[in-house]
Ligand binder design. Structure first.
Ligand code: SR1
Ligand code: MG
Length: 399
């Protein structure tokens, strides 16, 4: 018999008292449900002074943003907690701390990050965190290297690939990234004004071919334990600090997918800034975003290669030059996945506030068109964009 029940605020308080690892658990008295993501319940558990002390997160048996008509496995809560525990083992500084989790209740207790802000919201307001891109690069390098074949033994990795098989959440990504935006699908959402661009993407044979390759590699390349949904809404920042949260899409997939998702969200903000702040005020923020893109890749590549040179345990992969060759493939994949994030967040089911919150309709459409054309250019030309400066040139060329 299943123990699962959907938590009320009172349940969440009781659970946090039991498992929140606090010295004064009885001080916890109230809970606010603050979940604004697409999938889960998230409770902030407060003490008598109203101070948030710990977070209780519970998966619902369906997709929250759609409703009970779209059932979804509760096993994602186990995957999320176990992914965060593994990532936290390799990069504690930049991974939210899991204090307790229960797969049957699909619940997790995690550290409170109320002194942090969601990075996406900060980017939208034009608030710059100059260390954040480098810190995200460090998180990606540590977690992806240490769960890859460079570091894990072949036996260990095969067992982990099985433990982190996440078919239902992967299917969401497979559909929303690589299928829906390129066909007439009821899940897609976009303004009528974008219809000509949307039709052009559907009719674009070169684009469809490149997207087929991206989907195929997503389906088959079990390179490392990915976060799987590392967009700027899954990242908390504070001055000098950054923490990744929300890893329920974790699975063994292509390293370039995580890197490309992170880059893509910086570029969604780049495309939206003229509409969010006005063209003149956006200029400085756009330059900061390009700087973020540059640092994210260069620091990731530097840290990943250093780890390969210092800690590779698979002797055949330690042969001189192999790590560099592998990283070039990661780069090419990342450019393609970055482009697919730009497109799916503009016309697919799950949008981003960097574009959707632009109040002027004409400006919004212009920014969305820019995201679509940049996304297309990156996907189709990924193999020709050989290094970071070529990427930055291509972004500037898009306007
Ligand atoms: C139905 S879930 C839609 C999106 O929300 C998540 O955060 C993922 O990005 C997913 O694609
Ligand atoms: Mg999420």
């Amino acid at each position: 018999m299943s123990l699962y029940r959907t938590f009320t605020a009172a349940d969440a308080v009781e659970y946090a008292r039991q498992y929140g690892q606090l010295a004064d658990p009885q001080a916890l008295v109230s809970a606010d449900e603050i979940g604004d993501g697409n999938l889960n319940l998230v409770f902030k558990i407060r003490d008598r002074d109203g101070v948030s002390r710990v977070i209780v997160k519970q998966a619902l048996p369906y997709v929250r943003c759609v409703g009970e008509s779209w059932p979804l496995t509760l096993d994602r809560a186990r995957i999320e907690a176990e992914t965060l525990l593994i990532h936290g083992g390799f990069c504690p500084r930049h991974t939210v701390k899991v204090l307790h989790h229960d797969p049957e209740l699909a619940v997790m207790v995690q550290e409170d990050l109320s002194d942090h802000h969601i990075w996406r919201n900060e980017l939208i307001k034009g608030h710059y965190y100059p260390l954040a891109a480098g810190q995200l690069a460090e998180y990606l390098a540590q977690t992806l290297f240490h769960t890859s074949d460079f570091y894990q033994t072949a036996q260990e990795k095969k067992a982990e690939v099985s433990r982190f098989t996440n078919p239902e959440l992967c299917q969401i990504t497979e559909d929303l990234f690589f299928t829906d935006p390129y066909i007439d699908h009821e899940r897609n959402q976009f303004d009528e004004a974008l219809l000509p661009q949307v039709r052009a993407l559907r009719d674009d044979a070169a684009l469809r071919l490149a997207v087929a390759g991206l989907k195929h590699r997503f389906l088959s390349k079990a390179e490392a334990l990915l976060h799987g949904d590392i967009h700027s809404g899954s990242i908390f920042v504070a001055e000098g600090k950054l923490k990744a949260i929300d890893a329920e899409f974790g699975f063994y997939g292509p390293i370039g997918f995580d890197v490309g998702s992170a880059l893509g969200n910086l570029l969604l903000n780049y495309c939206g800034l003229p509409g969010l702040l006005g063209p003149r005020d956006a200029a400085a923020g756009r330059e900061q975003r390009l700087q973020d893109v540059r640092e994210l890749w260069l620091i990731f590549a530097d840290r990943f290669l250093a780890l390969c040179h210092q800690q590779t345990r698979e002797i055949a992969l330690a042969v001189p030059g192999y790590a560099e060759q592998f990283l070039q493939q990661v780069w090419t994949d990342a450019i393609g996945y970055c482009g697919s994030e730009l497109i799916r967040r503009t016309i697919g089911l799950a949008h981003v506030a960097d574009l959707d919150s632009i109040s002027d309709a004409e400006m919004r459409t212009e920014c969305q068109r820019s995201a679509l054309s940049l996304g297309r250019a990156l996907i189709v030309n990924a193999a020709q964009i050989e290094h970071i400066d070529a990427l930055l040139a291509r972004i500037r060329q898009n306007g």
